[in-house]
Design a protein around this ligand. Sequence first.
Ligand code: FEO
Length: 400
Amino acid sequence: MRPVEIKPDVHWVGAVDWNCRNFHGYSRSPWGTTYNAFLVKDEKTVLFDTVKHDFLEHMLCNIAQLTELDKIDYIVANHMEPDHAGCLGELIKLAKPEKVFCSPMGKKAMDSYFHDTQDWPVEVVASGDSVSIGKRTVQFIETRMLHWPDNMFSYIPEDKLAITSDAFGQNWATSERFADEVDRSFLRRRLAEYYANIVLPYSPVVLKTLDALAGMNLDVDMLSPDHGLIYRGDDVAWVLDQYREFAEQKPKNRAVVFYDTMWHSTEKMALAVADGLIDQGVSVKVMSVKANYHSDVMTEVFDAGAVAVGSPTHNNGILPELAETLTYIKGLRPQNKIGGVFGSFGWSGECVNILTQWLEDMKFEIPEKGIKWKNAPTHETFQQCFDLGKAMGQALKAKL
Ligand code: FEO
């Protein structure tokens, strides 16, 4: 990619990671991602964020088409996670900037990531601080725990531009740079997937941040996250609305049934539970955890009002891949779900109690006792599972 001028004298100089398939070691990213960085040329030349270290040369090539490295006066490091600050050390060595701005928590993260920062020209900035760079001013807004303690936004009122670090990002590698140039439903899906797997536990912070931004009456006509497409014009309000909807986690008329199975008994039970939900007019997705990575299951859980989980009993417990998926989901703290459990067993049959405990720990509302069945299911089993799905569907409808 070459640099892209997104506003007069404001240039995207990031990198497109077409082949990223696992984001940060825990979330599948089948559509790749981008690491967005921006160069603003004013009386001061300012670089906002860097890129993942593997893409240092891409960013240097982009910058070289606009200026010499030693002409960079300031670097703003909105976030210290290595996909954005991975090249910070090299950039400071090469560009010798006059100042590097970061938040108070950013300074702590910087020192613990790089260790040799004592000579770096760091200036710590907090919410409300600003710096003049010529015709423009950069205002800083700390957004602690959205999604790390150090994250902050940079806002340039003269350009009506907000650079928002990870918030509002999507994992999607594209040749386009703007949200209005791509398919909307696919974009929303990528936005939801990113939210579900990265931002969801911090939903209360998202709501507070959205309220605070509204209270500040910022005039924004372009919002640039550090991953994926940039929002401009009406898309700014669109993405803020999407985030409010995501953070509120109101139940939707959708369900996911996910399970693991040994000899297909639990799988057959899963299909019968799904039929019960469908009978109540709920849109259902059925997912084996062997066929679906945990982050894909999580995206569906996030988008669902009801969640049914199944596993056979295995060594007095549940199957390990299902336990792994539940561990991942629990960490992301989904809210406002109707839950249900089921599973087959050979002799001891602990699966249903264990799964119930998982869902109770996540504060799911469980309207019906779980269904367990010894070895091969029968018509009676399927009827019980169908009734479980039906009860879940009715409980969900009562919440909509
Ligand atoms: Fe995209 Fe928190 O890093």
